[in-house]
Ligand binder design. Structure first.
Ligand code: ZN
Length: 230
């Protein structure tokens, strides 16, 4: 079972939090691939912990639908669920279009500058070829859109879906074009600056369409990583 210990236990972390963080990262970065069996014992040994915090961390991940636990057959990394991602995209689009309505009316100069700075950082990460950091900046861009109109907790509520988007994005890493995404972000921001809500919304829908377009390709390229429904 390939398993990476990204960094040592942080001072404030409980054993359960530490196990959760390391396991989650392994799953999101696809070091542990969808469908892979998980051995509590091996993880406990690698992390030098007892099995109880590992079991608790796995239960937390099960609630996030990143791990599947079968009492008789053991535990495995959850398969990717195209329907779940589709529903996440639906929720995100519905909410984010409404966020843009507010954005075009209320954003201050400082908030626009913060978004501009974020786009510059996205470009830097792409120049450094650090796509994982680019993804984080991309998520941050969207978080800023919500927080700038006082809707941080809405973003947190939608956060349930983000790890599921992330896994698909990791799988698509070799095939996708970050410049295209940066371009979308820039177009959205330019339209907000002009107060042109219609154009901002059009670019956002297009932006989120990349997710579904990617998904179609992935379903064909990696069928064994996805839940199959006929
Ligand atoms: Zn984005």
């Amino acid at each position: 079972m390939p398993f990476t210990i990204y960094n040592e236990r942080l001072e404030y972390e409980s054993a359960r939090q530490y196990a959760y963080r390391i396991l989650r990262r392994n799953i999101l970065l696809l070091d542990m691939v969808p469908g892979e069996p998980i051995s509590e014992k091996e993880i406990a040994t690698s992390l030098q912990l007892s099995r109880t915090p590992i079991r608790e961390a796995l239960l937390d991940l099960c609630r996030e639908r990143l791990v599947e636990i079968y009492p008789q057959r053991g535990t495995r990394v959850a398969l990717m669920d195209a329907q779940l991602v589709d529903q996440g995209r639906f929720l995100r689009e519905t909410v984010e279009l409404a966020i843009l309505e507010l954005a075009c009316k209320t954003y201050t100069k400082e908030q626009i500058e913060e978004l501009e700075k974020n786009i510059e950082e996205q470009k830097e990460e792409v120049n450094k070829n650090d796509l994982i950091s680019f993804f984080l900046k991309d998520n941050e861009f969207h978080r800023l859109l919500y927080s700038a109109c006082g809707k941080e907790s809405v973003f947190e509520a939608i956060g349930f879906y983000f790890p599921h988007f992330s896994r698909e994005r990791m799988l698509r890493l070799q095939m996708f074009n970050p410049e295209e995404l940066i371009c979308d972000h820039q177009h959205i921001l330019d339209a907000i600056k002009k107060g042109d809500c219609r154009t901002a919304k059009m670019h956002l829908s297009q932006h989120l369409d990349h997710v579904m377009c990617d998904q179609k390709i992935l379903l064909e390229a990696y069928p064994k990583y996805f839940i199959q429904r006929d």
